[in-house]
Design a protein around this ligand. Structure first.
Ligand code: ADP
Ligand code: MG
Ligand code: MG
Length: 970
């Protein structure tokens, strides 16, 4: 039997279902699922993503079986609807819609009303008795087809859309304002004018043959997978190119048939706040994207309840059914044709971080989902949004009293943003490069604006609703957004924003300051300072009581679940007591990296440091170190007091010494005077410390080996502080970490120095405390000989910043000129300094295994920047790390990611909302697989290995194999 390339949906049962997203795309799979749920879905069929893959693998050619399968599906549609495609008496019209596995809003182009031509349009008039409607549909079709398939569209940002120009001329001629004021005759003329313009500009005829139309549209959908905006979107959202898109062909229903028809979009809950209210917008007598395009400002769903309660109750039923079935907040598209409701799409609704957290917690309370589901639902990075700033209330109120509130729009993306106005995306990007804060102000946004939106603090639009492009994309990016602010008059040419309010006229120009409140929709002239989120107010400033903040309580609940389900610990990178306090508030279970030298620049410590570096003799150096000692001890004591009985990993001196020396002549002279040395001496010494490649020069343990007295002083500071803390009743647990070790002998050398001091101090002070000496694994050689290194180490901590630099031969500080290019051209999958590179990951894994082969209980963590990256955290879990360490503000993300990793790899859970089916065969290849990083690619297998590791070595191999296949096959 030939391969199945086309899946039908309609009638009583669809060929596919929601579990088949990889094959049918999100749209196709959910259309099938809704058919199976008996919801009112117009019938159609889906051409699979495999066809897309085949198309690009074979020089844009289709599999030969495709044609017949499409024909068969089309005939089945014709039979079901009782109309024929291309029939001049009663034509079946279709939409051709793209649908990738992950939703890509606005990225791929849909064509509606396909099948119309100069003949079939008469059939449509005949059947509906509505000439205006028929020509409105026809002109939309020619316009969309001309744009998407024939590519007659503006080629620069100054050019206007050729079709819109023709429409505007027509409206001017007729002296009308709205599209809806145009008559059937006007629209009929538009169709011909459109076609003529196409002929003139492109030298080609508009295709009249419906079969040719459908083929062209299918090509266009597949081709759009590779258009620039789709590529940009994929990149921003980590969607692999290899997934491909499906194509959906679906019979049309019409929202533009008159005042008892309409179209809309809705969310089953509020996607901005997460509140459990039906939320959406619609327009009567409108079609397709009218609502989201922001051309007319739509009405709210609440209005529908008043104006058409029957309609509303049909919708409300669908809302309930969908939430009950999918157990998630859903985003739906609907069309009302002559009073009857049709659902055209459903998918899991995008939401803000706050909404994600609230919905997850609410749904657990409503017993719709479990705590585990709730954890899997929240994107860890979204937690950042909850920590985002809000306006200083006093300042904002003052601004409003002063009359600076110039307008109010829709609160489309929460948070507070203040910045300078820019009117186009390119300018916004440029300004952001200059480190300016930007508010991007647009009449409406389009997919081309994505990069500029990404570069802005906030986005303000004059048109479009809560579901407009601007709103949707902003929410996803976690940007502040105020949309549909109809009072704004925006002039792109003069670069001015005008608002007339209460007889006052405000004119703001490019570069002027503007503040927008995405939580309330307020637009305020000038700059307003922002302040911490409620969670930070509760946790850090302690200026808000937890019981007064719902946001905090919800956050706290999610964190408590995360802590319940994670097996990895989280630590923080902190150098100072106040950072420790923050970190503890965010749930740190210790310090994974304290960089002692970060305190060297404070006060006049730097002088002692310089004196130490410039010392000519051991005696001089020891005298200088003696001056540094009390500072270091005090710092460590401060940290121990904060961290109490939690482990604190302190790294001995790491950076090359000349980083601490003055390089200007004047400063060197000053230093010479202070140290009682000659300027020439100082200058010569500074020059002698110059290195061609300091990253690989005299730094890390190499310093402590050549100058053991430095390590000794630091050890003395650490352990004297520990002794003092111990005497004060704190059960301190210092861990001394030796950096940049390449050979076990280096570590042995430094360990000896450190241990000797520890024992001396314990004896002298007559106290006992627990301490450990270990190393940072950041040189590939250490990873490769980790079994030898482990013999001398009590713990490993992966310094993945240097490990990445040294493994890839890539300097983080010098890669700015080419790394972005590499990433853009996909020469490498992503920034290896953000998310761990697969090769670095395998080095880590190997080092862990080697280390534990000699010391089974070796404690292992990660302290590079990667420790706060969700994908890296997943990898760390599969590599059996004991903890990850990250900056204090990323701790909530790390806690949640660690919990997800446990649920995903140890319990085999996915993040997919695919309704759980008992017999689902292929369910294991859902979203989790997609989420898995390059590093964690074989993570399922690794998770199996993890389990297997506890079993007897003899059976290890077969267990791995079995459990790996079992997991994959589930
Ligand atoms: P996108 O992925 O950009 O949302 P869609 O394929 O969902 O694109 O279609 C764009 C618009 O056209 C949506 O408003 C959708 O509801 C509408 N639409 C698509 N197919 C049909 C159809 N068969 N009948 C009526 N409206 C349709
Ligand atoms: Mg679209
Ligand atoms: Mg859609």
């Amino acid at each position: 039997m030939p391969k199945k390339l086309v899946y039908y949906f309609g009638g009583k049962k669809a060929d596919g279902d929601a579990a088949m997203k990889p094959l049918l795309g999100g749209k196709g799979a959910n259309l099938a699922e809704m058919v199976n749920l008996k919801l009112p879905v117009p019938p159609g069929f889906t051409i699979t993503t495999e066809v897309c893959t085949h198309y690009y693998k074979n020089n844009r050619k289709y599999p030969k079986e495709l044609r017949d399968q499409v024909k068969a599906a089309l005939s089945r549609m014709e039979r079901e609807i009782g109309k024929k495609f291309g029939d001049k008496n009663d034509p079946l019209l279709v939409s051709v819609r793209s649908g990738a596995r992950a939703s890509m809003p606005g990225m791929m182009d849909t064509i509606l009303n396909l099948g119309l031509n100069d003949e079939t349009v008469h059939g449509l008039i005949e059947m509906t008795g509505n000439e205006r409607f028929a020509y409105d549909s026809y002109r939309r079709f020619v316009q969309m087809y001309g744009d998407v398939v024939m590519e007659m569209r503006p080629h620069s940002k100054n050019e206007r859309d050729p079709f819109e120009l023709i429409i505007e001329n027509k409206k001017r001629d007729r002296g009308v304002k709205m599209d809806t004021d145009l008559t059937a005759e006007d629209l009929k003329e538009l169709v011909q004018e459109f076609k003529l313009e196409i002929k003139i500009r492109l030298g080609r005829e508009f295709p009249e043959d419906p079969m040719e139309q459908i083929n062209g549209a299918v090509d266009a959908v597949f081709n759009s997978w590779m258009n620039e905006r789709a590529i940009v979107y994929r990149k921003l959202n980590n969607i692999p190119e290899s997934w491909g898109t499906a194509v959906n062909v679906q019979s049309m229903v019409f929202g533009n048939m008159g005042e008892s028809s309409g179209t809309g979009v809705a969310f089953t809950r509020d996607p901005a706040s997460g509140e459990n209210v039906f939320y959406g917008e619609y327009l009567m007598n409108a079609q397709g994207e009218d609502v989201v395009a922001g051309i007319r400002t739509p009405l709210t769903i609440a209005t529908l309840n008043q104006q058409n309660p029957d309609m509303y109750s049909q919708l409300e039923k669908v809302r309930k059914a969908l939430e009950r079935h999918y157990k998630d907040m859903m985003d739906i598209e609907f069309t009302i044709q002559d009073g009857k409701l049709y659902i055209l799409q459903c998918r899991v609704g995008k939401r803000t971080g706050s909404a994600a957290v609230k919905i997850a917690v609410d749904m657990v309370n409503e017993k719709l989902i479990s705590e585990r589901d709730a954890i899997m639902r929240i994107e860890p990075d979204q937690l950042n949004q909850l920590l985002r700033p809000i306006f200083d209330n006093v300042e904002k109120e003052t601004a409003i009293k002063q009359g600076r509130l110039i307008a109010k729009g829709l609160n489309a993306g929460p948070g507070a943003a203040t910045g300078r106005i820019y009117f186009n995306a390119g300018d916004a990007e440029d300004a952001a490069v200059r480190k300016e804060k930007v508010i991007l102000v647009r009449i409406e946004t389009s997919p081309e604006d994505i990069k500029g939106m990404n570069a802005s603090e906030g986005i303000l639009t004059a048109r479009g609703g809560m579901t407009s492009h601007a709103a949707l994309v902003a929410r996803q990016m976690g940007k502040v957004c105020v949309a549909g602010c109809g009072d704004l008059e925006i002039d792109y040419e003069t670069r001015e924003l005008k608002v007339v309010r209460d007889d006052k006229c405000f004119v703001l120009k490019e570069g002027d300051w503007l503040s927008i409140d995405g939580t309330t929709g307020e637009v305020i002239e000038g700059k307003i300072h922002t302040k911490e989120s409620e969670i930070l107010q509760v946790l850090l400033e302690k200026s808000l009581k937890p019981e007064y903040s719902e946001t905090f309580q919800i956050y706290d609940k999610v964190m408590s679940w995360a802590d319940k389900y994670r097996t990895m610990k989280v630590r923080t990178n902190a150098d100072q007591p106040d950072q420790c306090r923050n970190a503890l508030a965010f749930g740190a279970q210790g310090i994974g990296l304290c960089r002692t030298e970060h305190m060297f620049f404070g006060g006049d410590r730097i002088n002692a440091v310089r004196e130490m570096i410039l010392a000519d003799t051991l005696a001089e150096r020891e005298a200088a170190l003696e001056k540094l000692f009390p500072y270091q001890k005090e710092d460590f004591l401060g940290i121990f007091r904060e961290m109490k009985d939690l482990p604190v990993t302190i790294r001995t001196l790491d950076p090359p010494l000349h980083e601490f020396l003055p390089h200007k002549e004047s400063e060197q002279k000053e230093l010479a005077t202070m140290l009682n040395k000659s300027f020439d001496d100082i200058k010569a010494k500074v020059e002698s410390l110059h290195e061609f490649n300091p990253m690989m020069g005299h730094r890390g343990c190499r310093l402590g080996i050549v100058y053991p007295e430095i390590t000794a002083m630091q050890a003395r500071a650490i352990f004297s502080a520990a002794a003092e803390a111990r005497k004060a009743g704190i059960d301190v647990k210092p861990e001394v970490m030796i950096p940049l070790v390449g050979t076990s002998s280096e570590l042995e050398h430094q360990t000896k120095v450190v241990r000797k001091i520890a024992e001396e101090i314990m004896a002298a002070e007559d106290v006992k405390f627990e301490y450990h000496v270990g190393t940072m694994i950041e040189v590939p050689r250490a990873a490769l000989t980790a079994d030898e290194v482990a013999a001398a180490a009590e713990f490993f901590s992966f310094g993945t910043n240097d490990l990445t630099q040294l493994t890839m031969g890539l300097s983080r500080d010098d890669s700015g000129t080419f790394l972005p290019y590499y990433i853009e051209k996909e020469i490498i999958p992503g920034d290896p300094f953000i998310s761990i590179d697969p090769a670095v990951a395998s080095l880590v894994k190997m080092a862990v295994d080697k280390g534990r082969s000699v010391k089974p209980k070796l404690k292992v963590g990660i302290c590079g920047e990667h420790g706060g990256d969700p994908r890296t955290i997943h990898f760390c879990h599969t590599a059996n790390l004991d903890y990850v360490s990250c900056s204090p503000f990323r701790l909530p993300i790390a806690r949640l990611s660690a919990a997800q990793a446990h649920l995903m790899y140890d319990e085999g859970r996915g993040t997919s909302n695919t309704p759980v089916k008992k017999k689902a065969k292929k369910a294991a290849v859902k979203k989790p697989a997609a989420k898995r990083t390059t590093a964690g690619k074989s993570a399922v297998k690794k998770a199996a290995v993890r389990k297997a590791a506890v079993k007897k070595a003899a059976v290890r191999k077969s267990v791995v194999k079995k459990s790996a296949t079992r997991k994959r096959g589930r």
